[in-house]
Structure formats: structure tokens, C-alpha cells
Design a protein around this ligand. Structure first.
Ligand SMILES: Nc1ncnc2c1ncn2[C@@H]1O[C@H](COP(=O)(O)O)[C@@H](OP(=O)(O)O)[C@H]1O
Ligand SMILES: CCc1ccc(OS(=O)(=O)O)cc1
Length: 285
């Protein structure tokens, strides 16, 4: 823990809310059920937006649930202490969230028909989003500068490890019928069609007015003002007074922060590391 992380199986994790004992128990013993839905992302890829959308699909666009219960209770993170404890004995179909790399997800996933939605985002925007968010958190080591954070991100020396490894690992699941891959960029560009895609995958149908209510209640502005969704309830405990989940909510903000040299270096690393995966997976390119 001396470097500000809790290391588990070679991957760095936050020091609050995570323990090696619990992560091992979850990995080996957590049982996924066929009727579960798992939301999987690398942190800062739009996880909470996707959770809000899936919750609103389940409630047929009715915002009561998302306005009355904190977002992390709707779809707990299976790898955290609180999340694991609230999920493990829960009856019925569950919404579950995780940022885990494929090699650390509870092993039972691979013997279940649980539906998995993997949300991918331009890693440059993930990097910038993480830089600003983790600076306000008490559970992740703070980078002194964007330059320092950029270097750490490239090396995978950030919580949950390397973005490049995360994508490679999970993309080995592409083509499986219970595995849907979406991008933040398509969700942003055409939210309505992407929500339709999610409904089809989950076998749900929304009436037009239910879909309109979903779109309104999961919009950036409405989520930003919903204290159950914007993580402001975590201020004091996990986040400082500047902690903001819904910061910009755009694609391409990295262009306002990377230097020319950083942009070039990132392009090169991306090409080297991701050349073996189809370009269609990366719609921002
Ligand atoms: N309703 C919404 N519409 C667009 N972006 C959203 C959103 N809700 C959250 N986000 C964005 O998703 C990112 C956080 O991701 P996560 O939920 O995985 O932590 C933040 O990106 P930015 O920091 O670029 O604004 C946040 O603004
Ligand atoms: C519960 C504290 C916590 C953990 C991780 C977070 O980031 S993300 O929303 O999963 O990307 C936020 C809060």
C-alpha cells in the first residue's frame, strides 16, 4: 500500500472500500445468475450514465427509483466491500456493475448467461476525465500534474490497471450473444438509437413516452442535478467538496488538455497496442 494503491493480482486498486480478501472471495465464490445484467467499463467511460439508462429501462422511464436511491445501490460494484455484501444474497435478477479486468471478474460469469454490456470510450477522454475526478477523491493517489497522470495512465499505473489491457481482455468476448459492446461516443451521438439497441439486447420494450422520459431523465443536465446520481452524496466521505462526476459530458475534451507532443505520443501508443483489434470498435478514430 506504500505507493497509494491496494494491489491485487498485479493490478492497482483504491485503498478505501477494497480488500484483497474480499476481492478473492468475489473472484472465486460470487455466483452470477442467468437473469443478471452486468455493466462493465473501464473507470470514467460513462459507467454511471449507462447505469442510469438501464435503471430507467427497468422502470419503464419512471424516474422515481433513480430520484430516491443512490446510483451505487441500484447497480452495486461487485468488487467493492459494500457492493459485494449487498449483491451476494440478493434475490431475483440483479443489476451489477464492475470495472474489473477480465482475469479478475468472478469466475462464475463464464458459466452463466448473464447479459453483459461493455461500454468503451476514447481513452484520451477517459484519461482526462480520470485526471480531474481522482484529484477530488480521497481513495486514489493524486497526480501532481496532467503530465504525471499521462505517464501513469500510459503505463497502466492507475486504478484498475491498463486501459489497453482492459479492452484487449474483454474484447475476447466479442461475438458472444450475451455480450453487447457500446461506445460512449455512439451513446452521445445518437442516444435514442443506442437505447433502442440496449432494450433489444435486454428483451425490453418501451412505449414512445417511456423512452422520452428515459432520455430526459438520463440527460447530462438532469443527471447533474440529481443528487442520487451525481455522487454529491459521497462528498466528505469519498470525495472532497469539488468532487464532480458530471464534469463536461462531451467527446473530444482531451483536445483542450493534451499538448501536441502528448497527442502524438498517444496516437503512436494506441496504434502499437491496438492494431490487432478492428477499427470499428473505436468509433472516435
Ligand atoms: N448523462 C450523461 N451524459 C453524458 N456524459 C455523462 C453523463 N453522465 C456521466 N457522463 C460522463 O461520464 C464520465 C464519468 O464516467 P464514469 O461514470 O465511468 O465515472 C464523465 O465524463 P467527463 O469527465 O468527460 O465529463 C461524465 O461527465
Ligand atoms: C464508491 C466510491 C467511488 C468509486 C469509483 C468511482 O468512479 S466511477 O464512477 O466508478 O468511475 C466513483 C466513486
Amino acid at each position: 500500500m506504500s505507493d497509494g494503491y491496494m494491489w491485487f493480482e498485479g493490478v492497482p486498486f483504491p485503498t478505501m472500500g477494497f480488500t484483497p480478501e474480499l476481492m478473492r472471495e468475489a473472484w472465486e465464490s460470487f455466483v452470477f445468475k442467468d437473469e443478471d445484467v452486468l455493466i462493465l467499463t473501464y473507470p470514467k467511460s460513462g459507467t454511471n450514465w449507462l447505469i442510469e439508462i438501464v435503471c430507467l429501462i427497468c422502470s419503464k422511464g419512471d424516474p422515481k427509483w433513480i430520484q430516491s436511491v443512490p446510483i451505487w445501490e441500484h447497480s452495486p460494484w461487485v468488487e467493492t466491500e459494500d457492493g459485494y455484501n449487498s449483491l451476494k444474497d440478493k434475490e431475483g435478477p440483479r443489476l451489477i456493475t464492475s470495472h474489473l479486468p477480465i482475469q479478475l471478474i468472478p469466475k462464475s460469469l463464464f458459466n452463466s448467461k448473464a447479459k453483459v454490456i461493455y461500454l468503451i470510450r476514447n481513452p484520451r477522454d477517459v484519461l482526462i476525465s480520470g485526471y480531474f475526478f481522482w484529484r477530488t477523491s480521497y481513495f486514489v493517489k493524486k497526480a501532481e500534474s496532467l503530465k504525471e497522470y499521462f505517464e501513469c495512465f500510459i503505463k497502466g499505473n492507475v486504478i484498475y490497471g491498463s486501459w489497453f489491457d482492459h479492452i484487449h481482455g474483454w474484447m475476447s468476448m466479442r461475438g458472444k450473444e450475451n455480450f453487447l459492446i457500446l461506445s460512449y461516443e455512439e451513446l452521445k451521438r445518437d442516444t435514442r438509437s443506442t437505447v433502442d439497441k440496449i432494450c433489444q439486447f435486454l428483451g425490453r420494450k418501451l412505449e414512445p413516452e417511456e423512452l422520452n422520459s428515459l432520455l430526459k431523465n438520463s440527460s447530462f443536465q438532469v443527471m447533474k442535478e440529481n443528487k442520487m446520481s451525481n455522487l454529491s452524496l459521497l462528498r466528505g466521505q469519498f470525495l472532497d467538496e469539488n468532487g464532480i462526476l458530471l464534469r463536461k459530458g462531451t467527446s473530444g475534451d482531451w483536445k483542450n488538455h493534451f499538448t501536441v507532443a502528448q497527442a502524438e505520443a498517444f496516437d503512436k501508443i494506441f496504434q502499437d497496442k491496438m492494431a490487432d483489434l478492428p477499427r470499428e470498435l473505436f468509433p472516435w478514430q
